[in-house]
Ligand binder design. Structure first.
Ligand SMILES: Cc1cc2nc3c(=O)[nH]c(=O)nc-3n(C[C@H](O)[C@H](O)[C@H](O)COP(=O)(O)O)c2cc1C
Length: 369
């Protein structure tokens, strides 16, 4: 099957890129998970999602080209990079780009970050006026710069401010508002359950929980039991997040947490098709074949072309480097390839080297994973 054909919807699930080998009958009969613990009709307020797999907001990663790619390859929702509530930054090139949802399939979900209720309310309104259909409040970011300004996960230490911010944002817009949190500031003060109740009370429509405290950073494993406790303590759609990187893990997290949906971040880097792999496995109990290196190469070239037109060639080439590293890291001989490709500032050369590595017969790489 050629690269284009690989990403076409299949007859079994209609997921893009399915090359499922099972018969439709067999697949449907084989453990359709949506009829079990998970909900097939994931809703955020009045908005129905295509499925319950959500691309996590990642600053510097989930720009419009990447969100569009993940949506095309099976994500039911893709949340934007965070946008500061600080009005003075809204005119910056960086924020203007982050506010660009041109051509993006709905629902458009925009994450806002800040620490003052009035400013957060104003940011929510600005984004709603600009086309956002869901506002997500960031109370999970562990970055020092963000926490020093008492925003992101630092807010978890101040429950009354959490209530004030949520209340102000919910009152400011007539679109659903979601909240993203960690399980608490540190292991001694895990208050995710209390935050969830506040969220419900103040009108949040869905809650995403990264199963780590702020102090944990990205160390250790995500605490799915804490997510389960949060889910059990509140009548809200809960989205489990943290370390979900395979179809099996996705199914296990859905089952063990009882969550309504899953949020996937790092596993989508260089592997935006992870959503359709997970969706297909959950629906059918079958694994999709991995894309071949040629198919990965074609997809990467397309992704890069979109980055060049979104950022302009000069910046696009620089932004592309991290994506190239992620796409190629599972291939053999990728270290040499990356060393070579990182020396070029030319978009044409970047594309040529990718074709030589991934696509040309005899290219020195191994299989995609
Ligand atoms: C590069 C990077 C940038 C991130 N930026 C944000 C952000 O802007 N807002 C946010 O709420 N979380 C952010 N996160 C956290 C992710 O949304 C997610 O909660 C975390 O990566 C855990 O999920 P994962 O194990 O699937 O990656 C970021 C994570 C990474 C790796």
């Amino acid at each position: 099957m050629d690269a284009i054909g690989y990403w076409q919807p299949c007859q079994v699930t209609r997921h893009s890129g399915c090359i499922c080998s099972s018969s439709p009958e067999g697949a449907i009969g084989n453990g359709n998970y949506w009829t079990g613990e998970a909900q097939s009709d994931m809703r955020i307020g009045t908005i129905k999602l295509d499925n319950n797999l959500i691309l996590a907001p990642m600053a510097g990663v989930t720009d419009r080209p990447f969100r569009q790619l993940c949506r095309r390859l099976g994500a039911g929702l893709a949340v934007s990079e965070m946008i500061s509530s600080n009005k003075t930054l809204w005119g910056s090139r960086k924020t203007i780009r982050r506010l660009d949802f041109n051509g993006e399939p709905g629902p458009v979900a925009v994450q806002i970050v800040g620490s003052e209720p009035a400013a957060m309310a104003r940011a929510a309104r600005m984004n709603a006026d600009n086309g956002a259909q869901i506002i997500d409040i960031n109370m999970g970011c562990p970055a020092k710069k963000v926490c020093k300004a008492d925003a992101g996960s630092a807010l978890l230490r101040n429950e009354s401010l959490v209530a004030d911010i949520i209340g102000a944002v919910v009152a400011a817009v007539d679109i659903p508002v979601t909240l993203k949190i960690r399980t608490g500031w540190d292991k001694q003060s895990r208050n995710g359950t209390r935050i969830a109740r506040i969220a419900k009370q103040e009108g949040i429509s869905a809650l995403a929980v990264h199963g780590r405290t702020r102090a944990c950073g990205f160390a250790g494993s995500a605490e799915y039991e804490t997510i389960r406790n949060i889910k059990q303590s509140v009548d809200l759609p809960v989205i489990a997040n943290g370390d979900i990187d395979t179809p099996e893990k996705a199914l296990q997290v859905l089952r063990s947490t009882g969550a309504d949906g899953l949020m996937i971040g790092r596993a989508a880097q260089g592997r935006p098709w992870v959503f359709r792999e997970i969706a297909h496995y959950i629906e059918t109990g079958e694994h999709l074949a991995h894309p071949t290196p040629e198919q990965v190469g074609e997809l990467l070239c397309e992704h890069l072309q979109n980055l060049y037109s979104f950022y302009g060639t000069k910046q696009g080439v620089r932004v592309a480097r991290k994506h190239i590293a992620w796409y190629s890291k599972r291939q053999q001989n990728s270290i040499l390839f990356r060393q070579k490709i990182n020396t070029t500032d030319s978009a044409d050369q970047q594309l040529l080297l990718i074709r030589q590595f991934f696509i040309q017969p005899g290219g020195e790489r191994g299989v995609a994973a």
